[in-house]
Structure formats: C-alpha cells, structure tokens
Design a protein around this ligand. Structure first.
Ligand SMILES: Cc1cc2nc3c(=O)[nH]c(=O)nc-3n(C[C@H](O)[C@H](O)[C@H](O)COP(=O)(O)OP(=O)(O)OC[C@H]3O[C@@H](n4cnc5c(N)ncnc54)[C@H](O)[C@@H]3O)c2cc1C
Length: 297
C-alpha cells in the first residue's frame, strides 16, 4: 500500500498546473518508478499525487522544420530507444536510456522523470548535458526555457518550481548534426544497476574525418550534479583523430574538472579511475563511429 492522501489524473498541462497550485503537498507522477519507490520507503508519506501520464502532448518525439528535436518528457525509455528520429539523429541517447534498469522499468520510466528527479546517476544525464538539451517548463506565469547545463542546483535539486511542469526537451540542430557519440556506464552488473559512473563523449569530425572539429564530454556521478568538461573539450578541438596522445589528453585532463565522492557503491579513488578510463573508451568509440560515416546524424 502507498500512503497518499489524493491522486489526480491531469487531463492537460494547465489542469496539472492548477492541481499543483491547489495542493502544496502535491508531487507530479509520470512513470512512477522513482516516486512510488520513495513513497513505499516512507518518504513523502501522505502526499498528493498529480499524474501527467495521460496528457497526450507530453508523449513522443518530433522534429521541427528547422531541425530542432522535441522530446516529450512522458516518453518512456523503450519508446525513446525505438523512436526512428532518435535512431537517426541521436542514437547514443537511445543507447544510454537502454541501460536503465530492466525492460519493465524502461517501459514505465520516462525521460522527464529521469531529468526532473535531479539525480546525478540518471542514465540520460551525461548525454543530455552534451546535447545542450533545453528544458521547457510551463507554470502559472507562462513558459520558460532552461539549458539542462543550468537546470541542476544540487543533488536531487533543480530550478523547477513547485507548480511547473516540464513539457518538453528541445535539442537544436547545431547540437546534434554532424556528431557521433557514445555513452558508457559502469555498474557492478549489466542490468538493474544504478550507474557507479556514466560518461558520454561526442565528436564532430572534419569532412575528411582526420580532425576533431568539436568534442563534448558529459558525466553522471562525477560530481554532485551531472557535468560537462569544457576545458578538456577545448583541448581536443583541432587534434588529429590518429594521434594516440588524444587518449592520454582526455584521460588526464578530465580529472581536473570532476568532483566525485565516495559512497557505498565505490570510493572516490575508484571513480577517478573510471572517469579517466571511460572517457578514453567513449572517445575511441565516438571517433570510430565518426570515421565509419557515423550511424548518427
Ligand atoms: C528497479 C529500478 C531500477 C532503476 N534503474 C535505473 C537505472 O539503471 N538508471 C537510471 O537512470 N534510473 C534508474 N531507475 C530510476 C527511475 O526508473 C528513473 O529515474 C526514471 O527515469 C524515472 O522516471 P519516471 O517517469 O518513473 O519518474 P517519476 O517517478 O514519475 O518521477 C520522478 C521525479 O520527477 C518528477 N517529474 C516527472 N516527470 C516530470 C515532468 N514532466 N515535469 C516535472 N517533474 C516531473 C516527479 O515529480 C518526481 O519528482 C530505476 C528505478 C527502479 C525502481
């Protein structure tokens, strides 16, 4: 049994916002794979739930005429991974969320819940950082757009206000076209495992595939919130893809931009080792995919 005082099924985003305003103790529930686990453990006991699960416009993936990708926050991981637009434009995001939990969790858990829970261990987090995803929030005072790189304020905390609903994630064409990428997750087992460390590296190669024009590096669990390693990204720009030193470069310099902690899952020292090693491997794979012509956009 779950200890809740009210459960409302919102019919529209406006309806959800109204319900959140009327109930100070209300929490949004989408797939419920975080919220219900939390309630079962006794946290948030007696609260009101406002479900956004049945709001049609929050589901699915779309591409606007200017190439901007629009990800509905209530899209579950399975649908995201299998979506043709995701597979064509940003398959590494589909791969990243395909590492979440097991099939049942991926059928219920959503990309919106994965970002809005504020967790640094969220498997979409590193990739969403490198995509410069824009979080669109709608609240009583209208709509605002927040870059995902500015969305997190601390562990489990974001800039989202109580009565705001995340209604979309936008990914601009300049943030995905011409890039290939790779997400690597370390966990003690292959499935049903929260990331000990997650790393996404994406590269845009020159036309002749010999030079890294742009690199993007994102991490989950390398700091209290998901992060980018912009200094290392800048150092990689202009480097030859065949220069073996790029792997030492990324492996060493990312260590200056991270701040992992020790937890029961892993010590800080082990995480530092993972941060370096996963970056090297993900860079290698991202470049290989780029040389291949890339299965990415
Ligand atoms: C067994 C198990 C294994 C798991 N394994 C993984 C894993 O490997 N990797 C991983 O990243 N996660 C994992 N999770 C966590 C969870 O499945 C994900 O975080 C998932 O993305 C949550 O999505 P949801 O729709 O179920 O969120 P919910 O539980 O519905 O909501 C989560 C939070 O986000 C808020 N929220 C949701 N949608 C919106 C919205 N549109 N606007 C504003 N706020 C919103 C809710 O209010 C709540 O605070 C696991 C969970 C379980 C139970």
């Amino acid at each position: 049994m779950y200890d809740i005082s009210n459960y409302f099924e919102a019919r529209s985003v406006e309806d959800a916002i109204r319900l959140l305003q009327e109930h100070e103790d209300a929490e949004i529930i989408s797939g419920g794979t975080d919220v219900l686990v939390k309630l079962r453990s006794g946290k948030g006991a007696g609260e009101t739930l406002v479900s956004i699960h049945e709001i049609p416009e929050l589901h699915g993936v779309d591409r606007l005429l200017d190439g901007t990708l629009v990800l509905g926050p209530a899209t579950c991981f399975t649908d995201l991974t299998n979506d043709p637009i995701i597979q064509e434009c940003i398959p590494y995001l589909g791969e990243a969320v395909d590492t979440v939990g097991g099939p049942q969790i991926r059928n219920m858990g959503t990309i919106g819940g994965n970002v809005c829970n504020g967790a640094t261990s969220a498997d979409s987090a590193a990739t969403m950082q490198t995509l410069n995803a824009i979080v669109v929030l709608q609240g009583p005072d209208g709509t605002r757009e927040v870059p995902v790189t500015e969305f997190y304020t601390g562990p489990g905390r974001t800039v989202r206000e109580h009565a705001e609903v995340c209604i979309a994630f936008l990914i601009r064409p300049e943030d995905y076209q011409g890039f290939t990428g790779c997400y690597m997750k370390y966990g003690k087992r292959a499935s049903m495992e929260i990331a000990t460390l997650g790393c996404c590296v994406r590269v845009k190669l020159s036309e002749d595939k010999k030079t890294i024009e742009e690199a993007r590096i994102g991490y989950g669990v390398a700091a209290p919130t998901p992060i980018r390693c912009r200094n290392t990204e800048a150092l990689l720009a202009g480097k030859s893809v065949d220069d073996p030193q790029i792997y030492d470069l990324i492996g060493e310099h990312v260590l200056e931009e991270v701040n992992p902690r020790s937890s029961w899952r892993a010590s800080k020292e082990f995480r530092m080792q993972l941060i370096s090693e996963l970056a090297k491997r993900a860079l290698k794979e991202a470049i290989a995919r780029g040389k291949d012509g890339g299965k990415d956009a």
